[in-house]
Design a binder for this molecule. Sequence first.
Ligand code: BV8
Length: 233
Amino acid sequence: MSNIENIVILTGAGISAESGIQTFRDAGGLWEGHRVEQVATPEGFAADPVLVHRFYNLRRAALTTVEPNAAHIALGRLQNVFAGEVTLVTQNVDDLHERGGASRVIHMHGELLSGFCAACSHRWRQAEDLSVETVCPACHTVGGLRPDIVWFGEMPYQMDRIERALRGCDLFVSIGTSGAVYPAAGFVQLAHAYGAQTLELNLEPTQGSAFFSETRNGPATQLVPEWVNSILS
Ligand code: BV8
């Protein structure tokens, strides 16, 4: 990988799998018998806010029981040591990249540790459970609060910033994602169209593998530190 100055990295649930956070594929896209696409949607939340709050409360509470793994830590080191620009975009809603040493993380699908008030658009750090009785810390309304998560059918966050980074990168690396969800799954084609090299690091081949110049298969805790060492050497 010669003369790489700007890297864009996209991560998915697979980078957190070895920390003990279940991926969507492992669960077959199911959670307690519900399809994620039903629970993680505005319609699902409107239909049963108690169920959806429970889905996210359980996942938020589980964050205190898991640790960042060698892959998160390697990306944190890359971001802090690499002389060029590293834009780290994640589809994950956990905080393991930050706890692994990364500083500027773009959570395009939101974050478990953030609350959002649909009534006044206020956002705040939220470590405790959210419920339909939670009062907005800014406008003090009840019932308008939701997890700060981008659901299916909603526009992912910071897309302008992501597209700018994809246009200017020399290398796009996808780590631990099945390439099943758009627009994230389309980033490799954008990067390629703008002339970037593209690399996929994933446990197994994915539905997007054919779009990458190179694909390496194996666990993220092995592939990611190896790749970061090759970039920093
Ligand atoms: C939007 C938050 C438009 C919730 C999530 C038909 C065709 C194309 C697109 C669509 C379509 N129908 C609908 C759409 C759009 C839809 C979509 O793509 N649907 C899919 C299902 C077809 N997308 C959207 O709705 C997006 N919004 O399009 O908006 C718009 C435009 C204008 C104005 C308004 C709106 C929003 C998508 C965001 C949804 N929210 N998450 C939550 O997390 O609870 S997505 C959710 O699923 C996750 O965040 C994650 O992004 C995704 C799962 O993907 P992965 O992270 O890849 O996880 P997965 O389990 O699938 O794969 C894990 C991988 O890891 C595997 O490959 C495995 O091999 C690997 N692995 C496992 N262990 C390891 C490993 N790798 C390495 N090491 C290991 N140890």
